[in-house]
Design a protein around this ligand. Structure first.
Ligand code: APR
Ligand code: PHB
Length: 398
């Protein structure tokens, strides 16, 4: 037996992109059903980055899911850039007038789940065999299995928010999408530790031993990363070995790193990827389904937020007045921001990591670039405005 249901927007994936889109549409009185392959517990325990641009904070607050974020988020006006043992503060707020907020993606997802449950919006976990059909018509549909039975969801639009490995991008006929990608010869080994951060703001460090990042989740929890070979097995990294590398790579005169119990650790490969256009007929791609950045600079979540706020605006205009210009320009407008973030994330990654495939000349170029950013106001401002995610078009008065 197969049941048939109709909605205005079928959203595939309940990561930050799908959940926030659902929330923004709900605020506009647009009905959506969210289909998620995993369980709520699984989605809530996935550890990802934790840095929000001011524009992302504003969007979450306007969407009515910013109450805990405003209470618990930690505002940072700068970062530290470190080369060997020399640490330099980059005052992003002074250089750009803007700052960033530390608040875990996991917490954003929890807040969005709570809001969805409170409003009674449709959200199904554990859906299987998701398949997009009738994409060539005005009434596309999503077929799936849930609790052992088959279902069909007919919609005006489908939002593919199902991440890099999802089905949405793959449902677009061959030849439509252009793909760009780059893999990196290193990965990030990340830990969460129950210890107060040893720094007031994030430290990005390049040393002869490789890259390290000291981040945080709260005043009690530190988030730390080290660059490792992508083939490394986490089983070969007991806590002692990780702390030893962190001490080596983050060492600075008069400063020490506090250790604490490690309660999460994992290795994440790094990749840059873009698929364009981000639309095929009535299917729109958003977030990781369309683009991936390496985590240096933490742009992934911020891009997902920017995509879905554009998409929600376009859909709102469509339903309110039949104005489809927002939907028509969705892909081009998103891709402008996406490519800026692609370049910034790649730039920051190659500047801060030791590349085993690079020669000694390349190593010196990256080191020189870090010194330039630390010593030139113009170079520091360039890093800062990309990091905080300003709307660049306005800054030259053009
Ligand atoms: N059917 C339904 N759901 C699916 C399917 C499918 N076939 N395939 C994947 N999903 C779900 C995943 O289980 C996941 O919950 O889609 C969701 C996609 O969520 P994310 O991977 O978090 O992607 P997105 O919402 O775009 O968020 C981007 O996540 O990876 C980080 O750095 C990235 O911070 C950025 C953010
Ligand atoms: C994180 O806290 O997880 C984080 C912060 C900054 C980054 C990447 C990750 O650039």
């Amino acid at each position: 037996m197969s049941s048939v249901e109709r909605t205005q927007v079928a959203i595939i994936g309940a990561g930050p992109a799908g959940l926030l889109l659902g929330r923004l549409l709900e605020r506009q009185g647009i009905e959506a059903v969210i289909l998620e392959a995993r369980s709520r517990e699984y989605c809530e325990s996935r550890i990802r980055a934790g840095l929000l641009e001011q524009g992302s904070v504003d969007t979450l607050v306007e969407a009515g899911v910013g109450e805990r974020l405003q209470r618990e988020g930690i505002v940072h006006g700068g970062i530290y850039l470190q080369l060997d043992e020399q640490r330099t503060h980059i005052a992003m707020d002074e250089l750009t007038g803007s700052s960033v907020t530390i608040y875990g993606q996991t917490e954003v997802v929890k807040d969005l789940f709570d809001a969805r449950v409170a409003s009674g919006g449709r959200l199904l976990f554990g859906v299987e065999d998701v398949r997009i059909a009738d994409l060539e018509t005005d009434r596309p549909s999503v077929h799936y299995r849930h609790n052992g039975s088959n279902h069909e969801l007919q919609a005006d639009f489908i939002a593919g928010c199902d991440g890099f490995h999802g089905v949405s991008r793959q449902s677009i006929p061959e030849g439509v999408l252009q793909l760009w990608q780059r893999e990196y010869p290193f990965a990030w080994l990340g830990i969460l530790a129950q210890v107060a951060p040893s720094t007031d703001e994030l430290i990005y460090a390049r040393s002869a031993h490789g890259f390290a990042l000291h981040s945080m989740r709260s005043h009690e929890v530190s988030r730390l990363y080290i660059q490792v070979d992508p083939a490394e097995d986490i089983a070969d990294w007991p806590d002692r070995r990780i702390w030893d590398q962190l001490h080596l790579r983050l060492a600075a005169p008069g400063w020490s790193l506090q250790e604490g119990p490690v309660f999460e650790k994992s290795i994440t490969p790094m990749r840059s990827f873009v698929a364009a256009p981000m639309r095929y007929r009535n299917l729109f791609l958003a977030g990781d389904a369309a683009h991936i950045v390496p985590p240096t600079g933490a742009k992934g979540l911020n891009l997902a937020v920017a995509d879905v706020s554009r998409l929600a605006e376009g859909l709102a205009a469509h339903y309110a007045s039949g104005d489809d210009s927002g939907l028509e320009h969705y892909s081009d407008r998103c891709l402008e921001r996406v490519w800026r973030a692609q370049h910034f994330s790649w730039w920051m990654t190659q500047m801060m990591h030791t590349d085993p495939s690079d020669d000694a000349y390349g190593d010196q170029l990256s080191r020189s670039q870090i010194r330039y950013v630390c010593n030139s106001r113009a170079a520091a401002t360039s890093l800062a405005e990309n990091y905080v995610g300003l709307p660049f078009a306005s800054t030259l008065g053009g």
